[in-house]
Design a binder for this molecule. Structure first.
Ligand code: WAQ
Ligand code: MG
Length: 281
């Protein structure tokens, strides 16, 4: 059926990107119905202007996504592993990735690339690396930009719920909520094995490992405070990989997270080891 861009029932992807001197300042994205476009644009503008650096350029792009099949997903379960510092965090994150099916070599390669700047220029990628979960070889078509996951959001109802749940766990930062939605979309991608992420924000040391098997496993420290390097690695099963299908899913196909998963309180290190050994695979 031809889509009418003025159809008030259709959904819109809204993306905001703010930059200064050619560098990324902030970004966010939402999927909303026609009647909510104005208020969400306002919210995204507040976000764009709310960082210490005032942006030189703010781009807001609004695309009608009617006509594309909309997938609804349940959020990954979320658990925090209270590893006290970066070394403990990375070591347990590595165990969680291995439990999800990533080889030790691939984990090491990902940590190396993220902590040294994964772009060919030595800076951070705007998107994620796509890595062979066995060899650690990088497979993303664009080594300077990476692949960006896009077009995902919470439904209004699920957003209210997850907000409450995360708040109860003391996780009030919008980053956690947004990363959980992104990780949920990514975990359901074709040929996806697992994801590793930590922020490039120097004040935000937390990161996570995510997969369908482990859920969203948070670590309060995956880097030292003050470090401006961060990134994402999407580990894939090369035997099942069709890069075109994967990239299309990640970038184009809209996903709404309509149910929240279970939200456990923090696990101790022994707890996560027990959980990983017992429940996975
Ligand atoms: N798709 C793929 N990669 C991305 C995307 C995207 N949409 N957005 C960012 N990246 C890559 C890029 O290399 C960034 O440098 C890196 O990830 C980090 O992005 O539970 O805020 O937006 O509290 O800084 C982890 C949340 C926060 C932990 C992650 O990432 C928690 C975060 P940031
Ligand atoms: Mg960032």
């Amino acid at each position: 059926m031809p889509s009418d861009p003025m159809d008030r029932n259709s959904l819109y992807s809204i993306r905001m990107h703010a930059s200064a001197a050619g560098r990324h300042v902030s970004g966010a994205e939402r999927i909303v119905s026609y009647e909510h476009i104005d208020s969400v644009v306002q919210l995204l503008m507040t976000r764009a202007k709310g960082r210490q650096v005032s942006p030189e350029q703010i781009t807001i792009k609004i695309d009608c996504i009617e006509g594309l099949p909309l997938r609804t997903l349940t959020a990954l379960d979320i658990v925090t592993v209270s590893a006290p510092d970066m070394d403990a965090g990375r070591s347990l994150a590595s165990q969680a990735l291995q439990a999800a099916g990533v080889s030790p070599i691939a984990v090491e390669a990902a940590i190396h690339h993220i902590s040294h700047g994964a772009a060919s220029s030595g800076g951070a990628l705007r998107g994620a690396m796509i890595m062979d979960s066995r060899s650690g070889e990088r497979l993303e078509p664009d080594r300077e930009r990476g692949v960006r996951a896009s077009r995902f959001d919470w439904t209004e109802e699920a957003l209210t719920k997850i907000h409450k749940y995360l708040e109860l766990m003391g996780l009030t930062h919008h980053r956690t909520r947004e990363a959980l939605a992104l990780a949920t979309k990514v975990a359901h991608a074709p040929a996806m094995v697992a994801e590793l992420c930590w922020s490039d924000d120097p004040d935000y040391t937390a990161g996570y490992v995510a997969s369908l098997g482990t859920g969203y496993v948070r670590f309060p420290f995956l880097k030292q405070p003050g470090d401006t390097r961060g990134g994402r690695a999407f580990f894939v099963d090369r035997d099942r990989l069709n890069m075109e299908v994967l990239v299309k899913y990640l970038q184009i196909e809209p996903v709404l997270v309509s149910e929240i998963g279970s939200c456990n309180n923090a696990l101790s290190m022994a707890g996560i080891q027990g959980r990983l050994n017992k429940d996975l695979r």
